[in-house]
Design a protein around this ligand. Structure first.
Ligand SMILES: Nc1ncnc2c1ncn2[C@@H]1O[C@H](COP(=O)(O)OP(=O)(O)O)[C@@H](O)[C@H]1O
Ligand SMILES: [Mg+2]
Length: 245
């Protein structure tokens, strides 16, 4: 990391940390100072905000840790058999509180085999992609999560789609690089560090997978789909690499 990169890194990270921390502090101070005057509903609402903002901080810190691990080469992946559905459910459970206007449509066939992956990293990948779909999706729109299994190529694909501003084809590669954000009115409005997709691509490839995207006109806006393909845990691989069940 050169000096300019380092300065960018510190400044984006500090900015990203400050917003949720300010909100956590503000709501806890208000609760402490006005506890007796607040009704149960308000207390619950404030606690929910504190919870959401803490989740945001956790995701951010996970991403930061991944970056330092890539750079020091100490990033270990623990490959095991991972069921997709429970991980998707966990991620949605957390994000749906934060993005209440979104409709989540989850389509995961029961016949999808487990993938051979690092569970925590797979969760981090999904969090980044589903969060982007929420952040850059139109208000009150649908976010779709769908899986397919390619029997011949022994890959499971997870597609995450949203309707929104879309991504110009000329930016398809750029968005996977460090700190890159596309300059449009929406990106300026929502917060971000430009690190999520860089980390997502790195993690996906580290687990023997691939990531790609398409963004095509759909009515007045664009349908953007990010697809990750991850290897399944087949018996041959299991035997060869001691993939534990
Ligand atoms: N689903 C999407 N629709 C439109 N633009 C997107 C989408 N996902 C990512 N982008 C664009 O790619 C950029 C990089 O994404 P990311 O690395 O996750 O950084 P961040 O979300 O912190 O800005 C975003 O700033 C945004 O401009
Ligand atoms: Mg992001």
């Amino acid at each position: 990391m050169d000096n300019q990169d380092y300065n960018d890194f510190i400044s984006t990270v500090s900015h990203e940390l400050r917003t949720p921390l300010t909100s956590i502090r503000g709501f806890s101070q208000t609760m402490l100072a006005s506890w007796d005057r607040l009704d149960d509903e308000s207390k619950k609402k404030f606690l929910k905000i504190i919870e959401e903002q803490s989740n945001r901080l956790i995701n951010l810190v996970e991403n930061m840790l991944s970056i330092t691990k890539f750079h020091s080469g100490s990033d270990k992946v623990i490959l095991k058999e991972v069921m997709i559905k429970p991980v998707v459910d966990t991620v949605i459970q957390i994000l749906k509180n934060q993005y209440r206007d979104k409709i989540f449509e989850i389509n995961i066939a029961g016949s999808i085999p487990p993938i051979y992956s690092d569970k925590d990293k797979f969760q981090q990948i999904l969090t980044n992609l589903i969060e982007n779909a929420c952040k850059y999706g139109d208000e009150n729109s649908t976010v779709k999560i769908q899986t397919d299994f390619c029997e011949d190529c022994k890959f499971v694909s997870v597609k995450i789609s949203n309707y929104g501003v879309g991504i110009d084809e000329k930016d398809y590669e750029k968005i996977f690089t460090k700190f890159s954000r596309i300059d449009n009115p929406l990106t300026r409005k929502v917060q971000g560090s430009g690190l999520g997709l860089y980390i997502t691509k790195n993690l996906t490839e580290k687990m023997g997978g691939k990531i790609s995207l398409t963004s095509t006109p759909a009515g007045e806006n664009y349908l953007t789909t990010f697809e990750i393909q991850l290897p399944v845990c087949d018996i041959e691989v299991q035997a060869r690499e001691k993939c534990s069940p």
